[in-house]
Design a protein around this ligand. Structure first.
Ligand SMILES: [Zn+2]
Length: 268
């Protein structure tokens, strides 16, 4: 992932070259107007920050991406596996009010150009999806619950049902908490789908009922199981907790922190 000039977001150099008309960005904590532990580019409306500051921050990002915020769509995320197809009628949902966001959804996708699909993150894995021939674009929020429940597989299932070939879908797994910083216990490990063949790549045992889990790799294996080609999956391998200078991190900041946004959409 590379940073933009103003550092309000990072993006994949590989995808930028491969899909010049696609916006797929992950915002940083820099370049906004929020104060204290939300300093400065908090994009989450549900974390007790000043709503007007958050909305202004979202306008700053939209402007830096060359979009109008009125064409973005946000979701009310619940660590579930519900994935929702949206279209131009949903434009603007949740941009200035959490209550108006797409209800109880952790994945959004569309065939419509000109829409920016946006989800909030502070350690969970942002997963971006696209297939240029059909104009498919989607984004999913995969924390440990969404990951072990296979939200990424659900996204591929819905896209396939709508006529997109899974083996033509490209996926970018963005910055999230890395294995370096993500300690979990058997409550999490026991829920990893058994059918994944390379369990040894997913976590490391570090003590009695203590593991270090690689959420990005877990999602990669689930995507391959759903029919996505390995060569079409790109891992950012960036850790949000390690990069304190760039990202908010729920675990590192003890819950008192802002949210980054993952945004994807084909420009008109
Ligand atoms: Zn780390």
């Amino acid at each position: 992932m590379i940073a933009d000039k103003s550092n309000t977001f990072v993006e994949s150099a590989v995808w930028k070259e491969k899909f010049p008309n696609l916006t797929a960005v992950f915002t940083t904590k820099h370049g906004g107007i929020s104060k204290k532990h939300f300093s400065s580019l908090n994009t989450g409306l549900h974390v007790d920050d000043q709503p007007n500051d958050v909305i202004q921050n979202r306008h700053i990002i939209a402007q830096n991406c060359g979009w109008d915020l009125k064409n973005w769509i946000f979701a009310d995320q619940v660590h579930g596996t519900r994935v929702v197809q949206v279209n131009a009628h949903h434009a603007g949902m949740g941009t200035d009010s959490y209550e108006k966001a797409v209800k109880a959804a952790d994945g959004l996708w569309t065939f419509d150009q000109g829409l920016g699909l946006a989800l909030g993150f502070a350690d969970c894995v942002p997963v971006y999806f696209t297939e240029p021939e059909t104009g498919f674009a989607g984004v999913a929020h995969a924390g440990w619950k969404g990951s072990v429940s296979n939200i990424t597989g659900e996204m591929i299932r819905q896209a396939s049902e709508a006529g997109v070939c899974a083996d033509k879908i490209h996926v970018l797994i963005g910055p999230s908490i890395g294995k370096c910083c993500y300690q979990v216990d058997s409550r999490v490990i026991d829920q990893i789908p058994q059918e994944l063949s390379e369990h040894n790549k997913l976590y490391e045992v570090i003590g009695d009922n203590q593991y270090k889990l690689n959420l990005q790799e877990l999602n990669k294996q689930l995507l391959m199981m759903a029919g996505v080609k390995e060569e079409n999956i790109l891992l950012s391998e960036m850790c949000t907790a390690c990069h304190e200078d760039v990202f908010f991190s729920h675990r590192r900041d003890d819950g008192k922190t802002g949210r980054m946004s993952a945004v994807i959409g084909w420009r008109e």
